[in-house]
Write a protein that binds this ligand. Structure first.
Ligand SMILES: Nc1ncnc2c1ncn2[C@@H]1O[C@H](COP(=O)(O)OP(=O)(O)OP(=O)(O)O)[C@@H](O)[C@H]1O
Ligand SMILES: [Mg+2]
Length: 441
């Protein structure tokens, strides 16, 4: 309850939270100990010391009252003063109207209260002089002033204790912080390695730190290795199959050359289709490996993709795009992905529009067309490898684009994910499909 309400106030970072958990109890403990120590011990000592000097003063007043004359009293005051280390002046007329002490002087307050309560004839007390206390009493022989050293009523300064507490507290907090940093560093390294891998980058990382952190780090490394191994296996398998298919295909080509034209034509078309499929498998298997990350202008990449499509005879226009700075990405892979999306758009629609979009931490390449689009329920399915919706349409023998393999969107999604994003399909304002390839920035 308290924690949920205090949540917005709590530090969000690990350092801040750990420091709070570490330092808060220590500070509270210190405060509690200091305050109770100052109150109990310090005030107690002051009270005891004050009581003893008040006895002395009581003795002095009694003795002076018993003296037969003022001169005798003054003489006796001199003797007593020397013995008790108190300067006594009698009679005087300099008693202040009010007590004088610093507002923060705790022990002075205790002394004042005790003197007022225990000394008959007490009129005023002054702590104006830091070293000496002056106290006025009215006696039968007139106003009397006694002066004694401040150290007789106050223990040495309590502020020193607080000061040392703060100094050592800070010192130990600094040492603790240094230790804390070394404990938190492995967690930050793990976070960095994990988020980089999410964006398709494999950072060098070695598990370290406390047992639990080490375990989490090791688990991450194992997981990453397994994913990498699976990827490699996929590449190996698909490229193996494609490679092995190429040899019989070449032989078929040669065989077809020897056949008559009208017999050979439909077979030749089949062989061409197969070759295209093999090329697509290879493409998918390759993923975006071998392509290096570069700083590029996304707008330039998009314009280049539009040019390529226009060269192939497609009606591609560039839509409105926000001005964006350069982004780190693998340009070959992005171009391949754009090529796939534009190819789909041209196959299903007549008009194709390319644009860019950007948001907090991401940017998107958007390809829209005016074709039939994909119904919402089938969008997930369309992105799966080897998924062809309406196979009759895309595999009809007269199809100019040729039979699709069903890998295009899967490749695009793969490339987007290796850039820390994904492919999002929607409906375009043009009426057809809107394919948005988001990547992390
Ligand atoms: N722009 C689009 N408009 C309508 N349907 C589309 C569009 N793009 C893709 N599709 C549908 O989604 C399916 C999957 O597309 P994908 O690009 O993955 O495969 P393909 O185009 O059939 O084959 P490939 O791209 O591998 O040659 C297509 O078969 C098609 O039915
Ligand atoms: Mg396609």
């Amino acid at each position: 309850m308290f924690l949920t309400r205090a949540k917005p106030l709590l530090p969000r970072g690990l350092y801040g939270r750990a420091a709070l958990i570490l330092i808060l109890p220590v500070v509270l403990l210190q405060l509690f100990v200091s305050v109770s120590f100052v109150q109990r011990h310090y005030e107690g000592v002051t009270e005891q010391m004050t009581r003893s000097i008040l006895y002395d003063l009581g003795l002095v007043t009694e003795e002076l009252a018993a003296a037969p004359s003022l001169a005798a009293a003054q003489l006796r005051a001199g003797e007593l003063g020397r013995a008790l280390q108190i300067a006594i002046a009698l009679p005087v007329a300099d008693a202040p109207a009010e007590d004088w002490r610093q507002p923060w002087d705790l022990s002075a307050r205790v002394v004042t209260e005790m003197a007022g309560a225990a000394l008959p004839g007490f009129t005023a007390i002054s702590f104006q002089d830091k070293r000496r206390v002056r106290l006025w009493l009215s006696t039968e022989r007139g106003e009397m002033r006694v002066t004694f050293r401040r150290t007789r009523v106050s223990a040495s300064n309590p502020h020193q204790l607080l000061l040392w507490t703060i100094v050592f507290g800070l010192l130990f907090a600094m040492i603790a912080y240094a230790f804390l940093r070394s404990q938190l560093r492995p967690i930050k390294r793990l976070a960095a390695a994990a988020s980089a891998y999410g964006k398709g980058r494999v950072l060098p990382y070695r598990p370290g730190g406390a047992v639990e952190v080490h375990q989490a780090g090791q688990a991450f490394v194992d997981m990453r290795d397994r994913i990498e191994a699976q990827r490699e296996a996929r590449v190996l398998m698909l490229s193996g199959i494609s490679h092995d298919l190429r040899t019989p295909l070449t032989r078929l080509h040669l065989g077809l050359e020897l056949m008559s034209e009208e017999e050979a034509e439909p077979l030749r078309r089949d062989v061409r289709d197969m070759e295209r499929m093999v090329a697509a498998f290879l493409d998918f298997a390759r993923g975006d490996s071998g392509d290096v990350e570069e700083e590029v202008q996304p707008a330039e990449l998009l314009a280049r993709a539009a040019e390529d499509a226009a060269r192939g005879g497609g009606a591609v226009t560039l839509g409105e795009s926000p001005a964006l700075g350069p982004a780190r990405l693998r340009p070959m892979a992005i171009r391949r992905a754009l090529g796939n999306l534009i190819g789909n758009a041209l196959r299903h629609g007549k008009e194709v529009r390319l644009s860019l979009e950007a948001g907090e931490g991401w940017l998107a390449f958007v390809v829209e067309d005016d074709g039939p689009g994909i119904p919402e329920a089938q969008r997930e399915e369309a992105m799966r490898p080897f998924a062809r919706l309406d196979p009759a349409r895309s595999q009809s023998p007269g199809d100019v684009g040729g039979a699709g393999v069903g890998l295009g969107l899967a490749i695009v999604d793969d490339i987007a994910r290796s850039h820390g994003g994904r492919l999002v399909l929607g409906t375009s304002a043009l009426g057809g499909l809107r394919a948005e390839m988001r990547i992390a920035r």
